[in-house]
Ligand binder design. Structure first.
Ligand code: HSE
Length: 416
């Protein structure tokens, strides 16, 4: 049987407005918005004022409202609202990746204690139904990796850079189009991608990791010379959130990657997001869709609301008691490091250098680095340096013999 849903909506920005419109267009749902709480009483709204209120208790204390949809920007205010809603026995739908990633355990616990749902499909990948798929579909298949582009703003900027559009102009446009966060540093420095990765890791591998322990490096430092290098080598640059099994551990981080034209993400452009899930029997599967913007994000919120009609809740079945909630940081990856300044490149402790280019104006080195070493740098703030991950698979720390052997072979080939 379907539940009749009486919605209290927090926030009437890009996604809130989109939700209002898609909900009105959707005939199949037995759901209606009975109150909208917003912060700014002076802001002009696109609809009549009857539904609006400025006091959160007008929703939270209203017993007739059984669903709270939280679409505000301030993650701490959102947390207080969501906490109170769950405690009052109201279901919650949220798109707030930061709030969920930072308070994951507590939110799951609160929902459980109060026998209500908290759903957040819109928080990762916009319109892409990735959370529910990870949660439901892959339960019996052994997942080995989840990776992809989960930030529309950075993908928009990177795509535009291929056409010579400057970073600043592309960011401005992404903001105008409603993709960027109010504080776009969250986008361009990879924080937004990291919050989303934390959610993916929980639903893919059952682990709750704290955002502060997950490495995020964004796209702010990428220079036209790096884009040129990518073009010459047949690569494109994409900001990836990735988590994968490496032996018995899970590794995960956010960083720019070079992808070749045979890679799933190569042609995923502008605000489109893409997630690839790799599992033992199904092999690779690609999910693609708009990752930001009003209607695409609202469509995922709508889907969660619709699921609540049938009492849907995440069961977190991959979570077991002995889950180690930490990612493994001791492994090796192949990277490109570019800079105008050779001294800056020399700061990076390479385990093995495979290629050195010194071009006067711009220089780069390619080689293997230990992830732990890279993690200790605040790369986002090293503006004169860009580090981009190459497609080679990671090497576990107990398998470095192979790296060393290949290095010796490489050197002897050079000599002959
Ligand atoms: N700023 C985010 C993005 C919005 O660009 O993907 C959607 O989460």
């Amino acid at each position: 049987m379907r539940n009749k849903l009486n919605i209290g909506l927090f926030g009437f920005g890009i996604v809130g407005t989109g939700l209002y419109e898609v909900l009105n267009k959707s005939k199949l749902l037995e759901a209606s918005i009975s109150r909208i709480v917003v912060k700014d009483p002076t802001k002009k709204r696109s609809i009549g004022t009857e539904l609006f209120s400025f006091d959160k208790n007008d929703i939270l204390n209203d017993a007739s409202i059984n669903v709270v949809v939280e679409l505000i920007n301030d993650s701490e205010a959102a947390f207080e609202i969501v906490k109170q809603a769950l405690k009052s026995g109201k279901h919650v739908v949220s798109a707030n990746k930061k709030m969920i990633a930072e308070h994951f355990e507590e939110l799951i616990q609160l929902a459980k204690e109060n026998n209500v749902s908290i759903l957040y499909e819109a928080a990762v990948g916009g319109s892409i139904p990735i959370i529910r798929n990870l949660e439901e579909y892959y339960n019996n298949d052994s997942l080995s990796s989840v990776q992809g582009i989960v930030n529309g703003t950075t993908n928009y900027i990177l795509t535009q850079s291929n056409f010579g559009v400057s970073y600043q102009d592309a960011l401005k446009k992404a903001t105008e189009l409603g993709f960027a966060e109010i504080d776009p540093t969250l986008d361009v420095d990879g924080f937004d991608s990291k919050f989303k990765l934390v959610l993916l890791i929980k639903h893919a591998f059952g682990l709750i990791v704290e955002p502060k322990n997950v490495f995020n490096y964004g796209i702010r430092n990428i220079k036209p010379q790096d884009v040129k290098y990518a073009g010459e080598k047949g690569y494109r640059i994409k900001l990836f959130s990735r988590a994968e099994k490496l032996n018995d551990d899970v590794v995960g981080f956010v960083a720019p990657h070079f992808v070749k034209n045979d890679h799933f993400a190569y042609q995923v452009d502008n605000e489109f997001n893409a997630v690839v899930v790799e599992a033992l029997f199904s092999d690779k599967q690609l999910f693609i869709g708009k990752g930001a913007g009003s209607y695409p994000t609202a469509s995922a919120v709508l889907s969660d609301i619709s699921a609540l009609q049938f009492d849907y809740q995440y069961e977190y079945r991959k979570t077991t008691d002995n889950n180690v909630s930490e990612l493994e940081d001791d492994f090796f990856l192949k990277v490109y490091v570019g800079s105008e300044f050779i001294e800056s490149i020399n700061e990076i402790p390479f385990f093995r250098i495979d290629e050195v280019y010194q071009g006067g104006d711009y220089n780069y080195q390619i080689g293997w680095v230990r992830f732990n070493d890279i993690k200790s740098f605040n790369l986002n703030d090293l503006l004169d340096l860009s580090l981009i991950v190459l497609p080679e698979p990671f090497v576990a720390s107990n398998q470095t013999e192979k790296l060393k052997r290949e290095r010796i072979q490489y050197l002897s080939e050079l000599e002959n």
